[in-house]
Design a protein around this ligand. Sequence first.
Ligand code: THU
Length: 131
Amino acid sequence: MIDMAALIDAAFEVKKRSYSPYSQFAVGAALWCEDGSIVVGCNVENASYPVSLCAERAAVAAAVALGHRKFLALAVVAGQHPVTPCGACRQVLREFGEMTVFCAAADDLQHPEVYELSALLPHSFDLEASR
Ligand code: THU
């Protein structure tokens, strides 16, 4: 069972470690892995702006390095409004199958917007399509 509150909380907490001196837009993300563990990531910006890494992709990279390949849910927390993953992150997440995406406002963690990844990235190019 996915613990939505715990997942969103983890995203909220890791957001505090965001390195975002250029945008001042701190983002935290947390993945709920198949075995029930939570793996987090935050955005990491760079003086060469386009090199910056989103929180969602940082979480995916950390989770894969820990041996996780299947994610049941993702939580994203940024500012006072819910944000959904950017297009590049949607594609990276899609690589690991379907998952529920909770997008919460930092001041209202209990009431996230809820999406299925397939709704955020319909007709996607994925593992199956590339075979
Ligand atoms: N960002 C994320 O980390 N995730 C999102 O879902 C939206 C955008 C980051 C990228 C950049 O560091 C900052 O937020 C402003 O775009």
